[in-house]
Design a protein around this ligand. Sequence first.
Ligand SMILES: N[C@@H](CCC(=O)N[C@@H](CS)C(=O)NCC(=O)O)C(=O)O
Length: 89
Amino acid sequence: MSGTEQKLSLYEFSSCPFCRRVRSFLSSLGEDVESRDVSQSREHLQDLVNATGSQRVPCLRIEGGDGDVRWMPESAHIIDYLKDHFASQ
Ligand SMILES: N[C@@H](CCC(=O)N[C@@H](CS)C(=O)NCC(=O)O)C(=O)O
């Protein structure tokens, strides 16, 4: 990821079509965002549930340079965010 102070992680699992949509969009941008597969890691799943109150994926975790953390569910919202975020670089 270039030119940003934000650290992005995508909570997802491979057979989820909404997750695949986000992944595919990231690929089209040529961006490499850390994947946190909730079907492979109990810790990632627990972090997601603790933060959002739900197991629903995809969910984008956005950590700002100041350590502030936001959690963004909904594939359409994530894609809009990625468009804005990467288009501005
Ligand atoms: N409208 C959501 C749908 C996401 C969704 O339904 N994800 C499924 C997996 S494909 C899920 O996490 N289901 C478990 C749950 O909702 O707790 C989006 O576009 O992101």
